[in-house]
Design a binder for this molecule. Structure first.
Ligand SMILES: C[S@@+](CC[C@H](N)C(=O)[O-])C[C@H]1O[C@@H](n2cnc3c(N)ncnc32)[C@H](O)[C@@H]1O
Length: 229
């Protein structure tokens, strides 16, 4: 049997966010490699989360932000370029190619105060334990494999214990109607608000002029720690 040959195509994707009211603009370059690894190219959830951050950019100003499963890290970069105090981009500590991709995205945009660490969901590694308290956790398309759902939520829950006022901004792509994270969120005392895409101009066929659409299969969620009582 012939070996399967997977070619890798390196490209740079440009995102251009605009605010027609204030005429503010932001361009972000994301190097990506069309490669079988999940974290090497931009997934459709990512421009939706990036658009949410751009639309609500005043909320990230001077905040500490952490991105989980960042891959090419568009949302984390948008937060950094919109004035976050510091941004930590993370991906599985065993996926050095994804962590290198995070560094390429940071360097392509000259973003300051952006750090890169390996954080594997569900593991209480020194890199997780040594993290300082964060205000906003970003997670774009981290719920794609049901076997990892609880590990992602365990890591989120740990971060919320550190800072109970923190928020998790998360995009989720519905791939099958019988998958749900609701019961796990309840188990780990996180409450979830669904944010309609139209409320932050992500119901577009071309978010950030990227050619990537926001559509009904992508959900924008805000998770918070459930208050006692
Ligand atoms: C579907 S991709 C999404 C990538 C990026 N956030 C986006 O939306 O374009 C899932 C990401 O999670 C990372 N990942 C997979 N398993 C992981 C784990 N156990 N711990 C941490 N990150 C993981 C992958 O390397 C990849 O970057």
């Amino acid at each position: 049997m012939a070996d399967m040959c997977v070619e890798q195509f390196a490209q740079e994707k440009l995102f251009h966010f605009q605010d027609i009211r204030t005429r503010e603009q932001l361009s972000v370059k994301i190097p990506q490699v069309l490669d079988p690894s999940y974290g090497m190219y931009v997934w459709p959830c990512s421009p939706v989360l990036a658009q949410y951050i751009w639309f609500h950019r005043s909320k990230v100003k001077n905040k500490s932000v952490l991105e989980l499963g960042a891959g090419t890290a568009l949302p984390g970069l948008v937060a950094a370029l919109c004035g976050a105090a510091d941004v930590t981009l993370s991906d599985n500590s065993e996926f050095s190619n994804c962590l290198e991709n995070c560094a390429k995205s940071r360097d392509a945009n000259g973003a300051k105060n952006v750090h890169i660490v390996g954080i594997t969901w569900g593991q209480f590694s020194p890199s997780l334990l040594q993290l300082k308290q964060v205000d906003i956790v970003l997670a774009s398309d981290c719920f794609y494999d049901t076997k990892d759902f609880e590990d992602v939520i365990v890591t989120m829950s740990f971060l919320m214990e550190r800072n109970p006022e923190a928020e998790i901004w998360c995009t989720y792509q519905e791939r099958s109607a019988d998958r749900s994270i609701e019961h796990l969120l309840q188990r780990w005392q996180l409450e979830c608000t669904h944010i309609p895409l139209g409320t932050f101009e992500a119901d577009s066929p071309d978010i950030g002029q990227s050619g990537l659409p926001g559509n009904h299969t992508i959900h924008m969620l805000i998770l918070k720690k459930t208050k006692p009582g």
